[in-house]
Write a protein that binds this ligand. Structure first.
Ligand SMILES: *Cc1c(COP(=O)(O)O)cnc(C)c1O
Length: 300
């Protein structure tokens, strides 16, 4: 066979998933919900099973309407994806393929890097300053997309909405994408979220149901952005990428405020215990605003 993959793909590092948990208590490697699936979600999935022989609603209109209501935006500003990772791939296809450029922090969220590499786009990685995004330096980089992960993965640190707003006003990137996968674990999610900036089209915000929503195995997330961004991503997406069960589950998860509160409280409490235990063991622990903790281990 003489077919070869496109030459730049030789340099794309494959994703190595976190080690799966040995038991049902869950693992720490992939930042999943520690409390299993919500009862309301389980019921919604069971109720939706009878529809599984049909193609799903292409744009998840029911969920989109509920999300538009929740965030005070127009449904045309929302795109639901097969996990937020799918939406990051769509951003790369629509805005980076064929000679585009992206800027991320260094270290970056792995999918931001991979999606850029597979479309052969340029990537500038700006080292973190004091474990947080160095927005002042990132702003000087000419790019099609600037990715800000807030709280960041892998550091669990945050930058303020005010700083992101100023970044969006002054940066050389054409589109600012704020990935809020862990926003629900911050001390004050309402104060940190850039959703108000997404509502007015200044930035695009990514959210997922994989973390506090407890739906990592169903693959569902969404983007809130200017309608022109949603339209561009719609032109490159597969029409049926989000399954019927995932849509039903996400709608139920959105309404299950008791589960949301339980997971949030559990994570905030156990995070404090973990930080204290690691600190007591003499390790440097970076203050965390997510459901994971970065520990600085001594160089050996
Ligand atoms: C876990 C995670 C996501 C979620 O990805 P899904 O595809 O929605 O499961 C997105 N961004 C970051 C930074 C993450 O850590």
């Amino acid at each position: 066979m003489s077919i070869a993959a496109r030459p730049w793909l030789a340099h794309v590092e494959r994703y190595r998933p976190g080690k799966r948990a040995a038991n049902s208590d869950g693992s720490l490697a992939s930042n999943e919900s520690p409390l299993g699936i919500s009862d309301l979600v389980a019921e919604a999935i069971t109720a939706a099973i009878g529809q599984a022989y049909r193609y799903p609603d292409p744009l998840a209109d029911g969920l989109r309407a509920a999300l538009a209501d929740r965030h005070g935006v127009d449904p045309e500003q929302i795109l639901v994806g097969n996990g937020s990772d799918e939406l990051i791939y769509l951003l790369a296809l629509a805005y980076l393929a064929g000679g585009g450029r992206a800027v991320t922090a260094d270290p970056a969220y792995r999918i931001d890097e991979t999606s850029t590499a597979i479309v052969n786009a340029g990537l500038t990685k700006v080292p973190l300053a004091d474990w947080t995004h160095d927005l002042a330096t990132m702003a000087t980089v000419a790019a099609d997309i600037a990715y800000i992960v807030n709280p960041h993965n892998p550091t669990a640190t945050v930058v303020s909405r005010e700083d992101i707003e100023q970044f969006a006003r002054t940066c050389r990137a054409a589109l600012v994408v704020v990935d809020e996968a862990y926003i629900d674990f911050t001390d004050d999610p309402g104060a940190v979220t850039c959703m108000p900036l997404a509502a007015s089209g200044q930035v695009a915000v990514l959210r997922t149901f994989s973390k506090i929503g407890g739906l990592a195995g169903l693959r569902i997330g969404y983007l809130v952005a200017d309608p022109t961004v949603v339209a561009a991503l719609r032109s490159v997406r597969q029409p049926f990428s989000v399954g019927t069960l995932a849509q039903a589950a996400a709608l139920a998860a959105l309404r299950d405020e008791a589960y949301y509160r339980r997971v949030r409280e559990h994570v905030l409490q156990t995070r404090e215990l973990m930080v204290a235990a690691l600190g007591a063991a003499g390790l440097e622990v970076i203050p965390s605003q997510a459901n994971f903790v970065l520990v600085v281990t001594p160089d050996t």
